[in-house]
Design a protein around this ligand. Sequence first.
Ligand SMILES: *[C@@H]1O[C@H](CO)[C@@H](O)[C@H](O)[C@H]1NC(C)=O
Ligand SMILES: *[C@@H]1O[C@H](CO)[C@@H](O)[C@H](O)[C@H]1NC(C)=O
Ligand SMILES: *[C@@H]1O[C@H](CO)[C@@H](O)[C@H](O)[C@H]1NC(C)=O
Ligand SMILES: *[C@@H]1O[C@H](CO)[C@@H](O)[C@H](O)[C@H]1NC(C)=O
Length: 796
Amino acid sequence: MYSPLLFFIVFHCIFLACAYSGWSNLNIIPRKTIQYEDNHVITFKEKGVWNYSTMLIREDLGLLVLGAREAVYALDINNISIAKSKVLWKVTEEKQKECTSKGKHPDIDCRNYVRMLHQMNDGVMYACGTNAFSPTCDFITYGDGQLKLEGKQEDGRGKCPFDPFQRSSSIMVDQDLYSATSLNFLGSEPVILRTSSSTLRTVFKSSWLNEPNFVYMDMVPESEDSPEGDDDKVYMFFSENAVEYDFYNKLVVSRVARVCKGDMGGQRTLQRKWTSFLKARLDCSVPEPSLPYIIQDVFHVRHKKWRKSVFYAVFTSQASSTDRSSAVCAYTVTDISEVFSRGKFKTEVTVEMSDVKWVMYNGELPVPRPGACINNAARSSGIMRSLDLPDKTLQFIRDRPLMDDAVRPITGKPLLLKKGPLLTRLIVDQVTASDGQSYPVMFVGTENGYVQKAVNYDGEIHIIEEVKLFENAEPIDVLRLHQNRLYAGSASGVVQMPVSNCSRYSSCLDCVLARDPYCAWESPAQRCSRVATSPENAESNLIQSLKNGDATRCPTTAPVEPKIRTLILGNNIRLLCHPDSNLAQVNWNFAGKPLLYSNRKYTIYNDAILIYNASIADAGLYTCTSVEWAKGRDYIQTLAIYDLREQSAVVVTDKMITTLGILPESNTPSSDLHKPEDPSLYLKNQSFESKWIVMQVTLAVLSVMMACLLIWNLYMGHISLFMCCGRQPLKSPRNVPEREYMHTENDAVDSKQQTVMLCLTTNSDLEAPSFHRNTTNGEMPTDVHIFKYITDESEI
Ligand SMILES: *[C@@H]1O[C@H](CO)[C@@H](O)[C@H](O)[C@H]1NC(C)=O
Ligand SMILES: *[C@@H]1O[C@H](CO)[C@@H](O)[C@H](O)[C@H]1NC(C)=O
Ligand SMILES: *[C@@H]1O[C@H](CO)[C@@H](O)[C@H](O)[C@H]1NC(C)=O
Ligand SMILES: *[C@@H]1O[C@H](CO)[C@@H](O)[C@H](O)[C@H]1NC(C)=O
């Protein structure tokens, strides 16, 4: 049947496949989706209090100290629903008036947002808040189960932003506070400040900081085990407007910068300014040509040997770009420090009268090397402190803080790529699996209240699960990890959840195919449980296969008992079958023959089948099996068997069914069984018929439009035919039912993307979801599977 639907889908697919060909691998589907209702998280929120965005873990006190809007809480770290103490920190009426008179919103801007919490040596905490656009800091103590605000108000300018919507970052190192924020009311004067006996700050120049957005900061103890007698360093991560590119518009780039802990500023040049401030571009290139991705958050995975420490960073596409994608890249401290200690600098040159350009500096460098910490070599030439540095070195760094080289990620490409709702924050846990190896597990918060739990197994991106943490689709603003618990904060509240709940994996297959390093199948006990970190763990009893996803060691399961269902003539009947995994395909068999999607008699959903207008011919055995494909193997599982038996009685009451002993499954919609002569069913079917005609007409019109658009695009050279046909052949001939995968909570997934998912069902390339297209492959295979699928659709 050549329906307009066929044309529509063909044109739509070709068009979108061309537009998105490089991106199909980005649609990595989390293996499981845990809805909010199924997720037994512990929540803390208080009525009338918002913006739980600051957290400090006090292991010594067993507390999670939480900063919110106008309040600080001391929560029990084992169960955050227990608030041990609370202290209010409100703005004064006078301050609020002052703020309002400057044109700020009284209830949104002119409040005190607690944005910084640090622990000092004596256990006292140092906190800062925006305080109605007048940043203020104070000390907080915890004693006798009570939080107390000391009331020693300190000026918070340069430590905490004025504007609650502005990002900032800070850390406390040896009682010195390093902060990166803006210094003024307008937020136009950025600064990286150290508040200490020798207070230092950045130079107010656009070559130093150009409308930055600070996201993270941490110290690396590089003086440890350093043959050069190097200093400890503080690294900061931010995005800013690039000075080095010619671009029609402001171009935002991601940066890493660092300063030396022992920096004391210069004597004449760079007095009370950093003499060791160096910055470089952070590269996190996605396969598709695009504007540089922008850094949103960083997590420092510390290692006993600092050289092995790694910074994980989450990036998102620029606001101006049309697609919403995110990436996670990781950088070793060694690679970053190499760029700073050995890389070339960039320098400004004037071209054509007034225009300036930044190019690589090829001249000779002054000695000591600009931006270097004071090391043994410097000390041996009599330079003991940064105050002793020669003017030449200082002038160089004052004018050229930017490195020519960018810092490249480990393995040169992102560890995680994700389309759809943007990723906001991340945290990484190092998990020791049953093979004794350590695997980094990324927990990445999204803008719609989910956490994605992802791993990268030798270049293969695998999202173990996505967990909805908040009822509303709100961004995750802060993530912390402590003793196998994840804490997440948002505007509306805080949640605590275990890093893994192995009991959610119901079978050995489910447990092993999850490839979750926290969990393994215990064969004697027949359950999925936490991998104990103790070495005496008898590995032979545990089944886990992280890199290979090999579940062949799983014991065969007992056969599934058929469930009896009543067939009522003329009724629509729904049979449930829920697969363990979003990656599994569900197949239905009826009387030993596979039920086809193409049959209009049935609609097959991800978790059910609907049989329309049941007749006697529909009685029989329905078997639901799932096929999950992992690393080249098919795992077939029978999930349910239904025995559909004819029930000739026209009126069946609940009582009759009960007496017959055929109770419907609790989640089967009872209406299907109990109201055999529902006239609305026929009405529905008739209106369906007329809708079908309307739809076909609409599709015909759309097809013509799509065809025109395609021809126009080809004519204009926006897409080349070669590009369309040069797509890689499919590795897996599997119809992974992505079209059935409906992420209903993801309201941010645009319809366009859904369509791509529909069209490219066979292109999920699960075997190797790396994003390296094999361009050397000269063949031009046509994507037969797409067309096969389309043919199926056309027969609906
Ligand atoms: C783990 O999952 C099981 C099954 O869904 C649930 O009953 C249990 O409460 C969960 N445990 C935790 C700690 O969330
Ligand atoms: C946490 O504390 C609340 C309130 O005391 C209690 O109802 C709940 O059961 C506790 N949850 C856990 C997991 O201990
Ligand atoms: C604070 O929470 C409110 C309420 O959800 C939200 O609208 C607002 O954007 C948040 N403000 C900040 C600064 O995060
Ligand atoms: C249901 O099937 C019967 C025959 O089995 C047919 O007569 C009737 O028209 C069908 N009803 C609808 C609404 O399709």
